[in-house]
Ligand binder design. Sequence first.
Ligand SMILES: O=C(O)C(=O)C[C@H](O)C(=O)CO
Ligand SMILES: [Zn+2]
Length: 280
Amino acid sequence: MSVSYESRYASSPQGVKGYDTTQLRNEFLIENLFEADKLNLVYSHYDRFITGGVLPVSKSVSLDAIDPLKAEFFLQRRELGIINIGQAGTVTVDGTVYELNHKEALYVGQGNKEVVFASASADSPAMFYLNSTPAHKAYPTKKIGTDDVEVIELGSPETANARTLRKYIVNSVVDVCQLQMGMTSIKVGSSWNTMPAHVHDRRMEVYFYFEVPEGQSVCHFMGETNETRHIWMQNNQAVISPPWSIHSGSGTSNYSFIWGMAGENLDYGDMDVCAIPELR
Ligand SMILES: O=C(O)C(=O)C[C@H](O)C(=O)CO
Ligand SMILES: [Zn+2]
């Protein structure tokens, strides 16, 4: 069986106050997404958001339905966002082949029955990072190349948060039901992402950290603004951010991350920003 999954239930902010390091990591950290020829998924009960990774090396890998969906096929009632963080590969959606190079993305609409992932070369495989959310409508499947994204420059070197944010799957780029995805890259010499920090009680979020150099790590901050906690993250690990939690990080070097969101609205800018001196 090449598909495996794990379920994560929702935790309340009151409950999380009492978590020790191990429990915090067990509830929110997603450690192993990429294994050769496997599809690894984590099903979160926050907005029923699925986070996954596929690393096809010696064979192609299909997106099979998993038991919690109680569905005939994975996308029967879901939409899917894919960003390739590896080398060239293909995603075949009901017979149509989409070539995805490094940092190219694909939105796959609800109702597609067969999704198959493959690498162009076993020596330099593709690495497909996936986010999937429940969907109420079948929007067309669309490839988003690196020139199709919306780019914003944020922060400054003086505050160690200079970064480039790229919006891939947002409703100004592609029609979606609720999924939003993008990528943020921290510039050399900066370390902070999403600072000033924010919450959006209307949407949950998942951060996937990558391009973290060997021997370096990212410290991810979560929790209510007046009750923060941290989780040390390694390269290619993801972390679930509950709707009530900040999601911000500081690395021991620069790095990139993919953010994915789902929930009540599609308004990327709908955030409640927290003044930095108010954080506790
Ligand atoms: O660097 C940032 O700031 C981000 O990338 C923020 C995320 O996109 C986010 O949290 C959106 O709600
Ligand atoms: Zn956010």
